[in-house]
Ligand binder design. Structure first.
Ligand SMILES: *Cc1c(COP(=O)(O)O)cnc(C)c1O
Length: 365
């Protein structure tokens, strides 16, 4: 099979999604399955729907449009605030979008009128991570204006943490979001069906996967939805990068090909200056070792996010070469090597035109 390629195990993705859907259902929380790290793959999206997610979320309208063209007709949520210039496309392809600007909601309203559709708006609240969101003190005023727009339904509020500043979702900020939802309902005499608490980083809070106290003992409050990508695709929670109990961490792997394997000294010789990508740490002299080059580079992957197989240790990467230490072992040129990926490596690999995508099933469906 061609290399490099991403092997995407649809059964394992299904298992991960279904396990999270069921565990969160027990807490009264639905899952929006986030496909942005798969470039909006219709294969992955269909699998998520079969596994029980309540909607598909993606950050790019292009991905949502591609999934629509592929025949997906379930509910779709644009999870990045729409560009005003794309309002028509957003209303045409997504039922709901996450928003924080009235000017954009005004544009969505005009598009909804023109297309004779309604569009759902979730207002994002800033809870301290300092990425998107309306400050809590401004929320009521923005919500009052939002409900006045023709063609727009205020369907809820949401928050996103742990992305820009690493602020962890926990009892305090989730309780604040719940309180804001209830206060808004009371002040505006509306019902907010959706309170979307965040992303995969909320799982420690929601399920108590480690030292955090789980909502199992206290309830999720008004939070009734999470938007999950990384945890479904990689089986990990992003705060401590720990595997989640019972989930596959090898649902997506990267296979690449060896183009050189030679015994060489472990220390370079000559005067050392900067490399193509900045300064290198001074290499330790470990004698002669097998040095393996794999045809993969920074154009294709974030090398820091690769997990090489046992027996190979990552030494560095340039645009097109991944250099590994193979110890005393011998490796065949042309042999294929399988890597694990973190989120950053997955994102870059999916967007490289040089990497193929191969969908695999463990069991025939
Ligand atoms: C990417 C993203 C998500 C999903 O995050 P994961 O860590 O992949 O679960 C959820 N919400 C928003 C707004 C996002 O941008």
């Amino acid at each position: 099979m061609s290399a490099p390629r991403l092997e995407i195990h649809l059964d394992r993705i299904h298992h991960n999604a279904n396990a999270l859907v069921e565990r969160l259902a027990a807490r009264g929380i639905t899952v929006t399955g986030v496909t942005k790290a798969t470039l909006g793959s219709p294969e992955v999206a269909s699998e998520l729907i079969r596994a029980g997610v309540s909607a598909i979320g993606d950050s790019r309208i292009e991905n949502i449009e591609a999934m629509r063209r592929a025949g997906l007709n379930g509910p779709m949520v644009l999870i990045r605030a729409p560009m005003p210039s794309q309002a028509d496309r957003v209303v045409a392809s997504a039922e709901v979008s996450l928003n924080s600007e009235l000017d954009t909601i005004a544009r969505l309203s005009i598009s909804a009128g023109a297309e004779q559709r309604r569009h759902g708006v979730v207002l994002m609240v800033e809870l301290g991570d300092l990425r998107e969101g309306i400050l809590p003190r401004d929320l009521e005023q923005v919500a009052r204006r939002t409900v006045e727009f023709e063609g727009i339904d205020l369907v809820g509020i949401g928050a996103n943490l742990a992305c820009q500043s690493g602020v962890a979702p926990g009892a305090a900020n989730m309780a604040e979001l719940s309180a804001l939802a209830s206060a808004l309902e009371a002040r505006l005499a509306v019902r907010l069906p959706m309170v979307s608490g965040g992303n995969s980083a909320n799982l420690n809070w929601a399920l108590g996967t480690n030292r955090h106290v789980a909502v199992a003992t206290r309830g999720a409050g008004r939070v009734n939805n999470l938007r999950l990508g990384e945890s479904i695709l990689l089986g990990c929670e992003p705060l401590q990068r720990q595997p989640i109990d019972g989930l596959h961490t090898d649902a997506i792997t990267l296979v690449a090909e060896i183009i050189e394997s030679r015994i060489k000294p472990s220390r370079p010789w000559g005067h050392l200056d900067q490399t193509a990508f900045g300064l290198q740490a001074d290499p330790v002299d470990r004698g002669d070792r097998t040095r393996v080059i794999v045809a993969l580079g920074r154009q294709d992957v974030d090398p820091d996010g690769l997990v090489p197989p046992d027996g190979l240790q990552l030494l560095g990467a340039s645009s097109d070469h991944l250099v590994l230490d193979g110890g005393d072992a011998a490796f065949d040129v042309g042999a294929q090597v399988r890597f694990g990926l973190n989120y950053s490596a997955l994102l870059r690999t999916m967007t490289s035109p040089f990497v193929d995508r191969v969908f695999v099933r463990d069991t025939p469906s």
